[in-house]
Design a protein around this ligand. Structure first.
Ligand code: PMV
Length: 348
């Protein structure tokens, strides 16, 4: 008899961006970063992990399509890390069942476009390692578990925790101290909301792995960012969150998004994630912020043209009105049926 468990994990959207690896295998970053984990009700991955003695090999399905496991080094590293821990537990206590020798099957679905700069790898790997840790009964704190998620995708380590989450870059070569930690729970600042503007849901053309590698090799601006910008911004951002100071939060968020995309442009060959629509969104947000007596909203963009707008709850209805005025729906909205069954591609 096997064991099976299903969990969901939300995406997180960074306000201090991670971009650059000092160790590409262990996924150790060149700078610390900080993000907001969105609610489970919004963009999320849902993953079922089952283990059984009769599974002769590990297999995985993403959005209903089988993907090879053995050639996916990061996935293999996540599975191996969890299995090794389980193996050590079994070696220390012979009464434990030998789940570490069983095959693993994974079925994961995202309720939003995959690999389109909407943090699908973050929720995906966080969900995978969390579910796997449940199935294998690994006694890990969320911070310890974040190390396993990091082996899959750097930003995934932050989706293990809710609310406002930091990822300390760490100093050790083995990555033991490169962990996520909670800056504040979601309830600390529940008036803060996120609005996602999907500009284009196609797969991005420069993956974050390739992009980061080229940036670290070629961008002098990135070296300046790692050495002299991020540490101070992390402190200022943590303070802004503790004080629920939206003005400070918004300013740092927008500046950090701008610097990340400036670094992409400073990379050779240059990487363009923003498009004309993204730049129009930046102009709309900066214009209303200048016209109003207090700052209304902050934009941030990851490795794609889609915007995430952070704003206090009271400003959201007006912001939505504004964006729908400038960008009226080009396609008919999805039917109620779609929203009732966003997992229409679950494997059978
Ligand atoms: O974890 P990755 O390899 O998908 O990299 C994510 C990088 C950004 O989303 C652009 C920034 C971040 O900190 O999430």
């Amino acid at each position: 008899m096997g064991r099976q468990m299903t969990c969901t994990a939300p995406v997180n959207i960074a306000v201090i961006k991670y971009w650059g690896k000092r160790d590409p295998t262990l996924i150790l970053p060149t700078n610390s970063s900080l993000s907001v984990t969105l609610s489970q009700d919004d963009l999320h991955s849902r993953t079922t992990v089952s283990i059984a003695p009769e599974y002769d090999q590990d297999r995985m399905w993403l959005n209903g399509i089988e993907c090879p496991v053995s050639s996916n080094i990061r996935l293999v590293n996540c599975l191996q890390a969890a299995r090794e821990q389980r193996k050590a537990m079994e070696a220390a206590d012979s009464s434990l069942p030998s789940w570490s020798t069983w095959g693993i099957r994974i079925a994961s679905v995202n309720n939003f476009p995959t690999a389109a700069g909407l943090a699908s790898s973050a929720s995906g790997y966080a969900c995978l390692v969390y579910t796997l840790a449940q199935v294998l009964e690994l006694p890990l704190t969320p911070s310890q578990l974040s190390r396993y998620a990091r082996l899959g995708s750097g930003s995934a380590c932050r989706s293990i925790l809710g609310g406002f989450v930091g990822w300390e870059m760490g100093k050790l070569a083995n990555g033991e101290d490169s962990l996520a930690y909670q800056v504040a729970p979601e309830t600390h600042w529940s008036e803060l909301e996120a609005l996602i503007l999907v500009v284009n849901d196609a797969k991005k053309d420069t993956s974050s792995t390739v992009g980061m590698q080229t940036t670290v090799k070629t961008s002098t601006l990135a070296q300046h960012r790692f050495a002299s910008v991020v540490a101070e911004r992390m402190q200022q951002m943590e303070q802004a969150i503790q004080d629920r100071n939206f003005e400070q939060f918004a300013k740092i968020t927008m500046q950090d998004s701008n610097q990340f995309h400036a670094i992409c442009l400073d990379t050779y060959p240059p990487i363009f994630y923003l498009n004309d629509t993204s730049r129009t969104i930046i102009r709309i947000v900066t214009t209303i912020n200048e016209l109003c007596p207090e700052i209304q909203a902050a934009y941030t963009f990851d490795a794609g043209p889609n915007a995430v707008i952070y704003a206090p709850k009271q400003h959201m209805p007006r912001l939505i009105q504004l964006f729908t005025y400038f960008f009226p729906a080009a396609h008919p909205l999805p039917s109620e049926e779609f929203f009732n069954d966003p997992y229409h591609c679950v494997p059978t």
